[in-house]
Write a protein of this length. Structure first.
Length: 100
């Protein structure tokens, strides 16, 4: 197996583990344990995922406005990852202060 193929397989396995553990309801993946691209891919695939983002913090990270409630707005969410201390991982939803 070539090193490029091994690298691709390893990345795919890591991403699968991240998504599967997030979907199990028992684990909350920690953004700091994955590369920025792996976290971004997991958010895109799951569309909404609860992730640990620091020693005492976690957040529901979504892929876009469509995963927010009707009175909420999506705002850009950055989190530390293995390879980027400020990786754009997706969005978080908060109540829109001007929504009626």
């Amino acid at each position: 197996m070539t090193s490029k193929l091994k690298s691709a397989v390893t990345g795919l396995l890591a991403l699968s583990t991240l998504v599967l553990s997030a979907g199990s309801g028992f684990a909350r993946p920690d953004t700091r344990n994955y590369a920025c691209a792996e976290v971004q891919a997991a958010v895109r695939q799951a569309r909404a995922i609860l992730m640990t983002t620091g020693p005492h913090t976690y957040d529901r990270i979504v892929s876009g406005q469509g995963q927010c409630g009707p009175t909420q707005r999506a705002f850009r969410r950055y989190a530390p990852t293995l390879d980027n201390p400020k990786c754009f991982v997706g969005y978080y939803c908060i109540e829109d202060p001007i929504a009626d």
